[in-house]
Design a protein around this ligand. Structure first.
Ligand SMILES: N[C@@H](CCC(=O)N[C@@H](CS)C(=O)NCC(=O)O)C(=O)O
Length: 210
């Protein structure tokens, strides 16, 4: 997969924001599905009029396909990409489907809400409370990774790993030492495998370096 150098409706067009965890999961899915696409890095403070006109809720990622089909939910983009590459059965095995979507839902609701509380807490009490709430989800993942020998649901990556990773990354980066002190060895190993992967490095390249 490559980022397309200049705008061209022959390729899907992605409005993105480099550090946004939703945009990261969409870019990871497009990348591992070998889809070439044009990427437009937005400023959250000055969103393109065209993006708002096609998706008034104003969030990224937004993927446009062939001028007319729009997807403005990161999970929808992931599923579309996996279907194009015919890798849905590998990344969303039937036997784990329910569990995968339940975990991603917990990530996107409970974990994300507490992550925001943790990031923006006004007092140490609030910060610690939110941290501990986040840790309940992290500990669940840690146990699953240990049980499944490497990734959340099996020995290989699934949609759950790709969809959840960037949120855990944000959590760890709020205070790396505080996280390290909790000694979640399995999550640490899982995190470094994805963080160090060529796929993740590629999709995190700064747009002006493409
Ligand atoms: N449910 C959406 C959520 C996307 C989302 O909230 N993205 C954030 C950036 S991380 C955003 O664009 N926020 C709009 C803003 O900050 O103005 C998805 O999964 O794509």
């Amino acid at each position: 997969m490559q980022y397309v150098e200049s705008f061209n409706f022959n390729y899907p067009f992605l409005y993105s924001y480099r550090r946004c965890p939703y945009a990261i999961r969409a870019r990871l899915a497009l990348h591992i599905s070998n889809i070439n696409y044009y990427i437009y890095e937005i400023s959250l403070k000055d969103k393109p009029e065209h993006m708002i006109s096609i998706s008034p809720k104003g969030t990224v990622p937004v993927l446009l396909i062939a001028e007319s089909i729009k997807m403005d939910e990161s999970l929808e983009i992931m599923l579309w990409a996996f279907q194009q590459a015919q890798i849905e059965n590998k990344l969303i095995p039937k036997k784990n489907r329910k569990e995968i979507f339940e975990l991603v839902h917990t990530n996107d609701s409970f974990f994300k809400e507490n992550l925001d509380l943790y990031k923006y807490a006004q007092s140490d009490i609030d910060k610690n409370k939110a941290f501990n709430q986040c840790m309940t989800f992290i500990k669940t993942l840690d146990i699953m990774i240990e049980k499944n020998n490497g990734f959340i649901l099996s020995k290989t990556l699934s949609l759950a790993d790709y969809a959840i990773f960037a949120f855990i990354r944000q959590f760890i980066n709020v205070d790396q030492k505080k996280f390290k002190d909790t000694n979640q060895k399995n999550i640490e190993g899982w995190y470094s495998i994805i963080q160090e992967s060529s796929e993740f490095k590629y999709i995190m390249r700064k747009p002006n370096l493409f």
